[in-house]
Design a protein around this ligand. Structure first.
Ligand SMILES: C[S@@+](CC[C@H](N)C(=O)[O-])C[C@H]1O[C@@H](n2cnc3c(N)ncnc32)[C@H](O)[C@@H]1O
Length: 380
């Protein structure tokens, strides 16, 4: 046995013991696929740095292989252009734009997708190709199609997959369009997040099929949804428990905005504690209520800036222990967020798994509790 085999078996053992790996066939795939073939050099965040700085770990560095078999995400690109090879020995900053997702999440998602022998699967976001290789091992090359947006990332994944002995159908392009020539599919799994479900997916996944995707938005709050396709262009599903987040699909990312100037506006007292927006689910609810807004700030000092209309809302603590909100522009962002947060609080502040989603040609709606409960339209 090589060191790689030993480390891989140990990781599979840990993921089995902690209850992540429950399906023997996926455990077999994880035992067979050498993650190091897909990782190459990677970025590691420098603890305590603000903004987050990254150092590079190269294959010749001590600890590189151990890092590959730690249950962590290996960042392989920043800002859509900087690879660890480009960074050399310098520490760098930037927004992660490609990675090998942590193995526990990849395997958990494959298991939740319920992909079985004979299912044709479309993966959106090939990244390093590691998750694609697991799928190809478990389901067979013929049943896996994977799409990557970034041509350099796609080329690296293609050669890693070849080196590992897998030959799934690989496409370079916008995975939000799906694969019109290759479908239909029984399952779709996305390892980048979206603001709304692309209608192409709903047409290419057959009724009775499933879609597993993280919904995110311009405030970068996330929730993982599992949808059943109920008819052509129609799906319904629930959000799953846990804290899954993925980088947003490049065409769904928010447009750049000019430097933010905080301007005067209408003032009133806030009915909710703005710090609720710092919580995992509070930030998600706020994003549902104001989907074209970017959220900045923290605690009592929240700032919402609407990318589409220039509307603003900001909160400041007041002398009486409450908060004043200042709003301006055509959208009263805080009014919307406040109403949504109050509805969520009224339901006992549940996490994302209390929410569901309904999609049809008429629109896409995320709801709380049941389809006739409080709901928010996605910005399709
Ligand atoms: C988290 S990484 C993928 C991880 C990958 N599954 C793995 O195991 O290595 C997300 C990938 O999605 C890609 N991506 C972003 N937008 C996309 C789009 N519209 N279509 C296809 N891929 C996209 C990014 O370039 C990035 O490589």
């Amino acid at each position: 046995m090589t060191t790689s085999d030993i480390l891989r078996a140990a990781l599979v053992g840990r993921l089995t013991e902690n209850g992540t790996l429950t399906d023997a066939a996926w455990a077999k795939a994880a035992t067979a696929v050498p993650r190091e073939l897909f990782a190459g050099s990677y970025f590691v965040p420098i603890e305590g740095s603000t903004p987050t700085g990254y150092r590079t770990v190269h294959p010749a560095d001590p600890g590189w292989l151990e890092g590959v078999y730690t249950d962590q995400t290996l960042i392989t690109q920043l800002d859509g252009r900087t690879s660890p090879e480009d960074a050399g020995e310098q520490s760098v900053t930037g927004a992660p734009s490609s990675s090998s997702t942590l193995p526990s999440l990849v395997l958990d998602m494959w298991q939740r997708l319920g992909a079985d022998a004979g299912h044709r699967v479309l993966e959106v976001g090939t990244g390093t190709g590691y998750s694609t290789a697991l799928g190809a091992h478990r389901l067979g090359d013929r049943n896996i199609t994977s799409i990557e947006y970034d041509p350099l990332v796609a080329a690296r994944a293609a050669s890693a997959l070849r080196a590992a002995g897998y030959a799934p159908r690989l496409l370079t392009g916008d995975g939000l369009d799906g694969d019109p020539e290759g479908g239909p599919f029984d399952r779709l799994i996305a390892t980048c997040s979206v603001r709304y479900l692309p209608m192409a997916w709903l047409r290419q996944v057959e009724p009775g099929g499933r879609i597993l995707v993280t919904l995110s938005g311009w405030s970068y709050a996330n929730a993982l949804a599992l949808l059943d396709v109920t008819g052509p262009g129609e799906a319904t599903g629930r959000f799953l428990p846990g804290y899954t987040s993925f980088m947003i699909a490049r065409p769904h990312d928010r447009p750049p905005r000019p430097v933010l100037a905080l301007l005067p506006g209408e003032e009133r007292a806030s009915r909710i504690d703005p710090a609720k927006l710092d919580t995992w689910t509070g930030s998600w609810v706020a994003q549902l209520a104001a989907p074209s807004a970017e959220r900045m700030g923290s605690g009592g000092n929240q700032i919402l800036s609407d990318v589409a209309t220039g509307s603003q809302a900001r909160t400041v603590p007041d002398a009486a222990g409450g908060w004043t909100v200042v709003q301006r522009g055509p959208l009263r962002l805080w009014d919307r967020v406040e109403t949504a947060i109050e509805a969520w609080q009224g339901a006992g502040e549940p996490q994302q798994d209390a929410f569901g989603i309904t999609v049809s040609a008429a629109g896409q709606r995320v709801w709380l509790g049941s389809a006739d409960g409080p709901g928010w339209d996605l910005p399709v």
